[in-house]
Design a protein around this ligand. Structure first.
Ligand code: ADP
Ligand code: ASP
Ligand code: MG
Length: 402
C-alpha cells in the first residue's frame, strides 16, 4: 500500500462534470489499495473573481482581509469534490488548510509554509477515508488565515507529500505535462518525459506557470519526485526529479514572463558606492531586483537600469526618486511594456554558441534586445512586450525545429 498525494488545479475542477472526473481519478487510485490525499485549487477563475470583488469594495483592503476572501475559493472546491466522492460511495472528509495542519508565516498573500502537522490527515487515513485538502491556504501564529501566493496549491501538495513521506506526488493540470514552451502559445512545443529540479525551478521562476516555483524548490529540498499530468487525458506526463545521471538536454524549454518592469536612472555620478546605495534602498523595501545593466559612463556619469516585478513599480519609483534627489542623478524612465524571454537548459554549461543561437533567432525575427542576463543554466533577454509571443516562437523553432 502506498500513500499518494494528488493535486488538481482550477481547470480540473471547473464544473460539476470535471469535479466528477476528478472524483473518479481519486477513487480509482483508492481502489488500488492506496491511501489518497487530494489537494485542490479554487474552481476555474474563482480566485480572480474573488480578487475583483474585493477590489470593488476596497482596493486598499488589508492583506489579512484579502486572504480571508480569496481562501474561500478552495473551501468551495474541497466540499464539492468531497460531495462527489461521497456520491460515488466512498468514505471521504474535506479539510481546510488549518485543519490539515498547515502552519505558515504571517506574510499575508504570500505566506511561507513553516510546517505541516499532518496528525488529523493521518487519523482520517487510518479510518480509511480519502482526505481532500484545501490548497493555497494555512494559518499564521496569530491564528489568522493566510494564503501562499498565486499558484500556491502546488506547494501545498508538495508540502503534504514531504511531511507525510508520500510515495508519489502527482500534479494534475490542464496540459499533459511540462513542455518545451507553453503548449497553448507554441503549437510545436514538445512534452518532456523528464526534467531536473534545477531546470524546472528556472522555468517556473521565469514564467512557466505549470508548476509554482516554490513547489519545485520544496520538492528538490525533500527529494519528492513529481509527476505533472493531465486530469483530462490518460497520457503519461512529465517526471520532475534529480537527474544527474541523465544525458543533459541542451535546452529544456523557453519561458515568457510579462510581469516585468524596467527602471532606468540616467546620469548617475560615476563614483564608488552609488550602485550600493540604490540597491540597498530597494532591498530595504523588499523589492527584488532581477536583471541589472550599467552603461559605460559619459561626461563623468553613467546610467543604471534594472528590472523588477510590475506590481512593485510605484514603490520602486518612490525609492528611486528619493535616490535621485540625494545623489543628484538626472532623470528616471520607467517602462512597463517589456517582457523577459528565457531559455533554460543544463546542457548549455558545456556547449558554446547557445546564446548566439538565441540572439540569431531574435535577429531573424527583427526583435530588438534591451537587456541580457545569463547564469549557468539560463539566458534571459528583455524585449518589448508586443514582440514577446513572436520571440518565444522564433527561439523555440531555432532550438527545436532545426
Ligand atoms: P492549474 O490550474 O492546474 O494549476 P496552471 O494554469 O497554473 O494550471 O498551469 C497550467 C498552464 O501552464 C497550462 O495551461 C499552460 O498554458 C501553462 N504553461 C506555461 N508554460 C508551460 C510549459 N512549459 N509547459 C506546460 N504548460 C505551460
Ligand atoms: N487558487 C489559487 C490561485 O488561483 C491557488 C492555485 O490555483 O494554486 O492562484
Ligand atoms: Mg497552477
Amino acid at each position: 500500500m502506498s500513500l499518494i498525494v494528488q493535486k488538481f488545479g482550477g481547470t480540473s475542477v471547473a464544473n460539476a462534470e470535471r469535479v466528477f472526473n476528478v472524483a473518479r481519478i481519486v477513487t480509482e487510485t483508492y481502489d488500488k489499495g492506496n491511501d489518497v490525499v487530494v489537494v485542490v485549487s479554487a474552481q476555474g477563475d474563482t480566485t480572480d473573481d474573488l480578487i475583483a470583488k474585493g477590489n470593488e469594495i476596497n482596493p486598499n483592503a488589508s492583506k489579512r482581509e484579502r486572504d480571508m476572501l480569496v481562501s474561500a475559493g478552495e473551501q468551495v472546491s474541497i466540499s464539492l469534490l468531497a460531495m462527489a466522492i461521497e456520491k460515488l460511495g466512498y468514505p471521504v472528509v474535506s479539510l481546510l488548510g488549518w485543519q490539515a495542519g498547515f502552519q505558515t508565516s504571517s506574510a499575508h498573500t504570500s505566506a511561507r509554509i513553516k510546517r505541516v502537522m499532518p496528525n488529523r490527515i493521518r487519523k482520517e487515513l487510518d479510518k480509511k477515508c480519502i482526505v481532500v485538502v484545501a490548497g493555497f491556504q494555512g494559518l499564521s501564529k496569530y491564528d489568522d488565515i493566510t494564503t501562499l501566493g498565486r499558484g500556491g496549491s502546488d506547494t501545498s501538495a508538495v508540502a503534504i507529500a514531504a511531511a507525510m513521506h508520500a510515495d508519489l506526488c502527482q500534479i494534475y493540470t490542464d496540459v499533459e505535462g511540462v513542455y518545451t514552451a507553453d503548449p497553448r502559445k507554441v503549437p510545436n512545443a514538445k512534452k518532456l518525459k523528464c526534467i531536473s529540479y534545477d531546470e524546472m525551478l528556472e522555468l517556473a521562476t521565469l514564467g512557466a506557470q505549470v508548476l509554482n516555483n516554490r513547489s519545485v524548490e520544496m520538492a528538490k529540498k525533500y527529494n519528492i519526485e513529481l509527476e505533472v499530468l493531465s486530469s483530462l487525458t490518460k497520457a503519461p506526463g512529465t517526471i520532475v526529479k534529480e537527474t544527474k545521471k541523465m544525458e543533459k538536454m541542451l535546452i529544456s524549454g523557453v519561458a515568457k514572463d510579462t510581469d516585468v518592469a524596467r527602471i532606468s536612472i540616467i546620469g548617475v555620478p560615476d563614483k564608488p558606492g552609488l550602485a550600493f546605495k540604490l540597491f540597498s534602498k530597494l532591498s530595504a523595501k523588499n523589492i527584488n531586483v532581477d536583471i541589472i545593466l550599467q552603461s559605460i559612463g559619459h561626461d563623468g556619469t553613467k546610467d543604471i537600469s534594472f528590472t523588477i516585478a510590475k506590481d512593485r513599480v510605484d514603490e520602486a519609483k518612490a525609492c528611486v526618486q528619493d535616490y535621485i534627489d540625494t545623489i543628484g542623478a538626472k532623470d528616471m524612465s520607467v517602462n512597463t511594456n517589456v517582457a523577459k524571454i528565457s531559455i533554460v537548459g543544463a546542457g548549455m554549461e558545456s556547449h558554446a554558441g547557445v546564446a548566439t543561437k538565441m540572439f540569431e533567432a531574435l535577429y531573424d525575427a527583427h526583435i530588438n534586445i534591451n537587456m541580457i542576463a545569463t547564469s549557468e543554466i539560463k539566458i534571459s533577454v528583455l524585449i518589448d512586450v508586443k514582440d514577446a509571443d513572436r520571440a518565444v516562437e522564433a527561439i523555440h523553432d531555432k532550438f527545436f525545429e532545426s
